[in-house]
Design a protein around this ligand. Structure first.
Ligand code: TRP
Length: 330
């Protein structure tokens, strides 16, 4: 097993859907089969968006239950809740003092908020809280606290990981070589996962397929995928079909080649293609779905898993924080 430490965080701001599964959760589970991985639920990072503790708790359980139901390897993966490790907040406070304000001004998400305000004539910082503004510092603390080498993230998070690397560099320059410099790894491109209407699957487009919907709902959603109006006999382009794009995420190589041929040959209607897609997804996800439901009605089991993950994470966090404290305060 590689000795490199992999770390990633998942924000509990919504119920993960099939696009999240394909783009992030499934690759993470695959990675944890062979590599030492820290996986945490970034509940502190959710605070600048969600102000209802019950919602954060609910989404935290959902994410933990999904990962466990899909078979996350808990020997390699340390699964925990970000807020269970107080050292991350302490480290964040320390890192504030080596982080130039100008770096935060350049953060994409802060800049987007400012630009929106300017466009609407509002005060530049309207609606921006310090949780949003200092988000990259807390994220740097997440990454540096666990001696992380690589951070698999979506392209939208690349800048944050680069900031963590910059902040580690500023710190080391002043206080000596305390931190490793982390590298972002942009998740192997699963392509853009289309939703029901063919646009990127996203809660904000209201086009998602739930990951663990009951069978009948899953079927209904799949039958509702929008297609062009080609007749059954006509040849179809698999690369422009949402049905095929989803199918290839769940089927094996032979099945994918076979499906591609059926699209290109003509003779298969979209209704049939959707039924085949449903059967495939359902066969892959029905056992995890049952396990997910079991876990969601046994949240004390989830609490136990998160508590033992926190104990493992804390052992590492305490050591790193101790070194930082000594370097900065003697
Ligand atoms: N900011 C990440 C997101 O929105 C979540 C996150 C928080 C994270 N801390 C992290 C990801 C540390 C990787 C490493 O998706």
């Amino acid at each position: 097993m590689s000795e490199q430490i992999v770390l990633t965080g998942i924000k509990p701001t919504g119920t993960p859907h099939m696009g999240n599964y394909i783009g992030a959760l499934h690759p993470l589970i695959e990675m944890a089969k062979t590599r030492k991985t820290f996986v945490f639920i970034a509940d502190l990072h959710a605070l600048n968006i969600i102000h209802d503790p019950n919602q954060i708790r609910q989404h935290t359980y959902e994410i933990a239950a999904i990962l466990l139901a899909l078979g996350l390897n808990l020997e390699n993966a340390t699964l925990f809740r970000q807020s269970d490790i107080v050292q991350v907040s302490q480290l964040s406070t320390m890192l504030m003092n080596v982080t130039p304000k100008g770096l935060m001004n350049r953060a994409h998400s802060y800049k987007a908020a400012v630009e929106k305000n300017m466009a609407s004539g509002a005060d530049v910082d309207a609606g921006v809280n310090m949780g949003l503004y200092t988000y990259p510092i807390l994220m740097a603390a997440d990454i540096l606290l666990y001696n992380t080498d690589v951070v698999p993230v979506g392209a939208d998070q690349k800048q944050h990981v680069e900031f963590a690397r910059d902040i580690a560099g500023y710190f080391n320059h002043t206080y000596g070589e305390i931190f490793k410099l982390p590298e972002p790894v942009i998740s192997a491109d699963a392509g853009i996962i289309p939703g029901l209407d063919g646009r990127k699957m996203s809660k904000s487009y209201d086009n998602i397929i739930p990951l663990f919907a009951p069978e009948s709902e899953l079927k209904k959603k799949i039958m509702r995928i929008i297609t062009d109006s080609k007749l059954p006999d006509e040849p179809k382009n698999p690369d422009e079909s949402t049905i095929f794009q989803l199918y290839r995420q769940f089927a094996n190589a032979d099945e994918i080649a076979d499906m591609r041929a059926r699209f290109e040959r003509g003779g298969m209607g979209y209704g049939d293609a959707k039924r085949i897609l449903f059967e495939k997804i359902n066969s892959v996800l029905s056992a995890p779905r049952a396990e997910y439901e079991r876990l969601m009605s046994n949240t004390s089991e989830l609490d136990n898993v998160l508590a033992s993950g926190a104990a493992r994470a804390r052992a590492v966090a305490e050591k790193t924080y101790e070194r930082v404290h000594r370097a900065m305060l003697g």
